[in-house]
Design a protein around this ligand. Structure first.
Ligand SMILES: Nc1nc2c(c(=O)[nH]1)N[C@H]1C(S)=C(S)[C@@H](COP(=O)(O)OP(=O)(O)OC[C@H]3O[C@@H](n4cnc5c(=O)[nH]c(N)nc54)[C@H](O)[C@@H]3O)O[C@H]1N2
Ligand SMILES: Nc1nc2c(c(=O)[nH]1)N[C@H]1C(S)=C(S)[C@@H](COP(=O)(O)OP(=O)(O)OC[C@H]3O[C@@H](n4cnc5c(=O)[nH]c(N)nc54)[C@H](O)[C@@H]3O)O[C@H]1N2
Ligand code: SF4
Ligand SMILES: [Mo]
Length: 735
């Protein structure tokens, strides 16, 4: 048979797998891992092989949609933007730009078009603040990184390809593929670590599939990782195992850390964390004895009550054992495309101030410019000056993904103007007035930006679109530019997209000390491809527009459809750290001041059941449940309960439980499993597709329940504002 095969990089997770996509008669007929891909070498998962189903999904929106009451109609782009003007302009005239906000979701991080051009919507609109999935994700990491290293996105990554000891806390790469850790086939890496005589220890309240392949599972009480990490560090000081190694010149305030952990002996945290003191001591000794250890904490350490303390102490533990900035340890990636988000530094801008303003209704302090995502509902629903009347939702489904989600669901219909950039009419966008769809995952060229900043290697891959974007469609960077002008009070018809794109590109050139007048004429096109070329050329391996002859440009990647891998991470902390004095201060006052809150938790203990979240390999947050091959089979949206808890409560496998928290209650099928630590139950996140008015025909058949109905909006890690969707006190009874 004929047909063509396209090399394309999967945009769904941080593995960035290279795919061979076979197309016959405009239809995807087969997707396989590309064995020649320099990065993923043939690896892929079931989500990647389902990209064709996403592209062909009849429910996927292919034209802008406008809602009249209960009915939706497809409209032209001109009409869609006219409707946006009609809705937005009266609000801007009456209330000004402060009545607008945006919510930005996870897929923006996988799309250059969205991430690089978001500012061209937000900036012109004048909206003072935005919300994002970041405060239900990595905000604690951002706070740690800006305080320790000078930039919130300068996040050290475990060098799993060279480590011989991996302490993996609160992450389940078997399902997630790895997060703030870009590496294909992480489970394969675990086997390689074991093959070279190393050891992998998983710390998680659930014995996950990752824990099953690891050498040891330590079941920990949710939310107590910070106390456990302090106890490990306590042992290191007590046994005189603290060493900065080659970091001696770079690191300050080791003595402050000694003081901080003095009271946190392994014995004193054992009952709270449920980790026996001898285990804690042994792990401390093992880390200290390893020739290269990687200490890693992910979503389970962030989305919890002490998320920032836990995230910070992961880095502290790595640093005080010398397991930082050398092969096999935590390392700063050195991405081929220069990440724009790395331009800011506390060296240039001074140390961050937190709480510069507070949210209007709850009084939540801002942290790094955002307040908890759960505040959005009350900011829409509560009348008074500053009330939110207009919302732009960019690649997000907060009616499912944000704590206290019933409130947001109830508040969204009050908006006077709700514009969504999304490819589906889902639980959130069904409340929109206008939906502006993006290309399918195969209709746009792809080059990751953000994710190479979390990768074990310096590499890059360019993919041409598999299918051309139909001529009557807009790519999302153009949609963002146009919407920015509409929200600035202008008319879409007057928008000169190319001029705005040139101006934005010129700003970037100047920020890197380049003369736009010399650079602009080098291009016969604008848009993301020009931005990508710029990022590669000004990056560490780029040609510097001539300054570094022989360096990389986008053309090199276009000529190498299997990608270019420049090599593994190199020690570079001395250059990368961009704090005011160029040093890593281990004990920032902002973090130290939160330790008494942890101490109080230790004294009060825990009783009763708590709920944690989980992920599955064949889901992606809230949105792959409309693909039949990914949802078929056994129901995945179940409550995992340990047998002891089940028999005490009177639950049976396959039975049904009612789960209640301070925020709400729901009913879910029970799966009795000794994977769980007794006292901890688990529900996956991202489900609950039974809402009237959504157009998700397959997802509706496998609706599941939304675990964020149980997440109290004000249950947050106090110093980052990040949601604590793990460790929620719940009551469970047979239903
Ligand atoms: N209880 C609980 N809640 C959680 C979590 C948890 O572990 N437990 N995890 C949190 C985390 S880590 C995250 S990141 C958030 C995710 O929260 P969200 O970002 O709100 O959820 P997603 O499902 O990733 O959102 C995807 C939306 O983007 C749309 N989309 C997909 N691709 C594109 C595209 O190319 N362009 C556009 N315009 N739209 C696109 C989809 O149709 C969908 O509506 O959820 C958080 N919520
Ligand atoms: N297939 C798939 N892949 C994904 C996603 C997806 O939805 N599906 N989402 C993507 C996104 S947006 C993200 S942010 C990443 C997240 O990637 P991961 O961080 O790997 O996320 P999870 O698979 O949810 O694993 C989190 C683990 O933390 C554990 N945990 C919960 N509470 C605690 C605690 O208090 N302490 C400790 N030590 N552990 C705890 C949970 O039991 C769970 O096993 O995955 C990304 N990749
Ligand atoms: S692991 Fe799966 S979802 Fe992630 S990039 Fe690879 S194929 Fe895509
Ligand atoms: Mo996330």
């Amino acid at each position: 048979m004929g047909g063509t095969t396209h090399q394309y990089t999967c945009p769904l997770c941080e593995c960035m797998c290279g795919l061979d996509i076979k197309v016959e008669d405009d239809a995807v007929t087969l997707i396989r891992g590309n064995k020649d891909d320099v990065w993923s070498k043939g690896y892929l998962c079931p989500k990647g092989s389902a990209l064709g189903h996403l592209h062909h999904d009849p429910d996927r929106l292919r034209a802008p949609m406008v809602r009249d009451g209960e009915t939706w109609r497809e409209v032209s782009w001109d009409e869609a933007f006219r409707r946006c003007e009609e809705l937005a302009h009266p609000i801007i005239e009456r209330d000004g730009p402060t009545a607008f906000t945006a919510f930005v979701g996870n897929p923006a991080g996988h799309s250059w078009s969205l991430s690089r051009y978001l500012s061209q919507m937000i900036g012109p609109s004048g909206m003072p603040h935005i919300y994002s999935a970041g405060t239900v994700d990595q905000w604690p990491k951002n706070v740690t990184s800006i305080l320790l290293y000078g930039n919130q996105w300068l996040i050290p990554v475990p060098d799993v390809v060279r480590t011989d000891y991996w302490l993996l806390m609160g992450g389940n790469p078997h399902a997630s593929g790895g997060s703030l850790l870009a590496r294909p086939d992480v489970l394969g890496e675990i086997e390689k670590i074991q093959g070279r005589g190393g050891k992998v220890v998983v710390v998680d309240p659930r014995r996950t599939k990752t824990a099953d392949v690891a050498d040891e599972w330590i079941g920990i009480q949710p939310g107590t990782d910070a106390a456990w990490l302090l106890a490990i560090i306590n042992v290191l000081f007590e046994e005189e195992r603290v060493t900065l190694g080659h970091l001696g010149e770079l690191v300050e305030d080791v003595e402050a850390v000694r003081e901080l952990c003095r009271d946190f002996t392994p014995e004193s945290v054992a009952s709270l964390t449920r980790v026996p003191a001898e285990t804690t001591r042994r792990i401390a000794r093992e880390i200290s004895a390893a020739s290269a250890a990687s200490i890693y904490g992910r979503i389970g350490l962030c989305n919890q009550e002490f998320g920032t303390l836990a995230s910070w102490l992961v880095d502290v533990l790595a640093i005080v054992t010398g397991n930082f900035d050398r092969p096999g340890c935590l390392m700063f990636p050195n991405p081929v495309p220069f990440p724009m988000s790395w331009m800011a530094s506390t060296k240039a801008n001074g140390l961050p101030q937190f709480g510069r303003w507070r949210s209007r209704v709850r009084g939540a302090p801002e942290v790094l410019g955002q307040v908890p995502a759960s505040c959005l509902a009350e900011e829409i629903a509560t009348p008074g000056p500053g009330q939110i009347k207009g919302l732009v939702c960019v690649a997000a489904n907060p009616v499912i993904s944000v704590p206290d989600s019933a409130r947001l669901d109830a508040a969204l219909p009050q908006l006077e103007c709700f514009i969504a950039l999304d490819n589906y009419l889902n639980e959130t966008t069904r409340h929109a007035h206008v939906i502006l769809p993006g290309p399918s995952p195969l209709e746009t060229p792809h080059f990751d930006e953000l994710l190479w900043g979390f990768a074990t290697h310096s590499a890059g891959k360019w993919s041409d679109a598999v299918f051309p974007l139909p001529a009557d469609r807009l790519d999302e960077w153009e949609t963002l530019i146009r919407l920015g002008q509409v929200l600035a009070g202008r008319r879409n018809a007057d928008t000169d997209v190319a001029a705005i794109d040139d101006a934005w590109f010129s700003v970037l050139c100047q920020a890197k000390g380049l003369d736009p007048a010399a650079i602009l004429p080098l291009y016969d096109h604008g848009g993301p491809a020009r931005m990508i070329d710029w990022s590669i050329r000004v990056g560490p391996f780029g040609d510097g527009y001539g300054a570094n002859a022989g360096g990389l440009t986008l053309a090199d990647f276009e000529a190498a459809p299997n990608g270019i891998d420049v090599g593994p991470a190199i020690p570079r902390a001395a250059d990368a750290v961009c704090t005011p004095d160029g040093k890593i201060h281990l004990a920032p006052e902002y973090l130290v001041a939160d330790v008494p809150r942890l101490r109080a938790r230790l004294d009060n203990g825990v009783d009763g059941l708590v709920l944690v979240s989980r992920r599955h390999l064949r889901s992606k947050n809230t949105w792959l449940h409309n693909v039949r091959v990914l949802v078929k089979g056994k129901d995945r949206c179940t409550l995992l309960v340990h047998p002891e808890d089940a028999s005490r409560i009177g639950l049976t496998d396959g039975g049904v439980a009612k789960i209640s928290s301070e925020a709400g209650s729901l009913v879910a099928p029970v799966e009795v499993s000794d994977e769980m630590l007794p006292g901890v139950v688990s529900l996956p996140h991202g489900w609950g597709h039974d809402k009237e008015g959504a157009r998700l025909s397959v997802a509706r058949e496998h609706a599941g329940v939304n675990n964020n109905l149980l997440a109290p909006g004000d249950f947050v890690d106090a110093i980052s504002g990040n949601a604590a969707v793990n460790g929620i006190p719940v009551e469970v009874v047979p239903a």
